[in-house]
Design a protein around this ligand. Structure first.
Ligand code: NAP
Length: 327
């Protein structure tokens, strides 16, 4: 496993890290035993950075991580998120009082005195025009409740606006073979300001693993059933916002580019690591085998220029029209 600097925080984090949404909920039934095994596998594979949120299973994901931290002696950096408990989820809810309440609850769930990194959890775009939201986060740093803060965004424009706030240390954004626009303008600006980038949904919700087909079934409580068209939250979070059949067709083209002995998941993750501006990819994993497979992407050699070009063509042919200007 190789490690990269996370912005100006001084943390050196595994370039393949771990996304802990699925072990909390919204991805069908998961057992805490298997989720803990997946977390342990991540640490065994060299992962030292975990991304979670207060709303993943309403604290379940954070509590599993607290359990893991009790069981392991390695240093583990935990990024959590705040804001999505607001109902309705409006910018006016991002007050100092509410943010402090969310942070206090995450401190309890994670059984710690100070949170390593707190990210605003895809707030409405207007939050990036309210300096007082970031002022409230500065106060939480001053109070010793959080070490650093960052944002998780839906759109490139939100990312560009967020990094104007000098204490934003990280931006989490969807970046994968089906979502390439962040690399155009945002990556260079983030690098210039030394802001870390967490590439989320790196496998397009499992689509880029190459295991799905037209007959794949998902549980009722899996967002790949209930949010396929953006019914519950932003459509971009499910299959990266790409129409299911179009995504399957693109995956068949990508499959032809993958070298023998490499899995499609590893190939998709290695593509992300080709971008120096990215601090880490945070693939979700529900089972230890998935986690071990994904982590091995860090050991692969760089992808050749012609493969990168071929992936660009797949994107241009199948994906660009429906996603490029949307996020
Ligand atoms: N708004 C936000 O801030 C936000 C939104 C989304 C995600 N995130 C973060 O980003 C992380 C990653 O995104 P994601 O979990 O949505 O999507 P993802 O990483 O693209 O896909 C994860 C899913 O793919 C399947 N999978 C993973 N590795 C596999 C392998 N090697 N072989 C076969 N299947 C595999 C698993 O589901 P199955 O086994 O069920 O197929 C897994 O749950 C999240 O966990 C979360 O931490 C944040």
């Amino acid at each position: 496993m190789l490690y990269r600097e996370l912005g100006r925080t001084g943390f050196k984090v595994s370039e393949i890290s771990f996304g802990a949404w699925a072990i909390g909920g919204s991805w069908g039934t998961v057992s805490d035993g298997e989720s803990l095994a997946a977390l342990h596998q991540a640490i065994d594979s060299g992962v030292n950075f975990l991304d979670t949120a207060d709303v993943y299973g309403m604290g379940r994901s954070e509590r599993l991580i607290a359990q893991l931290k009790k069981d392991r002696k390695e240093e583990i950096v935990v990024a959590t998120k705040a804001g999505r408990k607001l109902s309705p989820h409006t910018v006016d809810g991002y007050t100092a009082e509410n943010l402090t309440g969310f942070v206090e609850e995450s401190l309890r769930n994670l059984q710690t005195e100070c949170l390593d990194l707190v990210q605003l959890h895809c707030p409405p775009t207007d939050a990036y025009y309210r300096a007082e939201v970031f002022g409230a986060l500065d106060d939480l740093v001053q109070a010793g409740k959080i070490r650093y803060y960052g944002v998780s965004v839906q759109r490139v424009e939100e990312a560009l606006k967020a990094i104007e706030f000098p204490n934003v240390q990280s931006v989490q954004i969807i970046f994968n073979c089906f979502r390439t626009r962040p690399a155009e303008l945002f990556f260079a600006q983030a690098q210039e300001r030394k802001v870390g980038i967490l590439a989320r949904v790196p496998l397009a919700s499992g689509m880029l693993t190459g295991k799905l087909n037209r007959n794949s079934q998902f549980a009722e409580d899996d967002h790949r059933t209930f949010n396929r068209h953006g019914e519950r939250f932003d459509q971009g979070e499910t299959f990266s916002g790409v129409d299911y059949d179009t995504a399957l067709a693109a995956v068949e083209e990508i499959r032809k580019l993958v070298s023998p002995g490499v899995s499609m998941s590893q190939f998709a993750l290695r593509w992300i690591l080709m971008f120096d501006a990215v601090t880490c990819a945070i693939p979700g994993g529900k089972r230890p085998e998935q986690v071990a497979e994904n982590c091995a992407a860090s050991d692969l050699p760089a992808l050749p220029a012609e493969t990168m070009q071929a992936l660009r063509s797949v994107y241009d042919t199948y994906i660009r029209k429906s996603v490029h200007t949307r996020w």
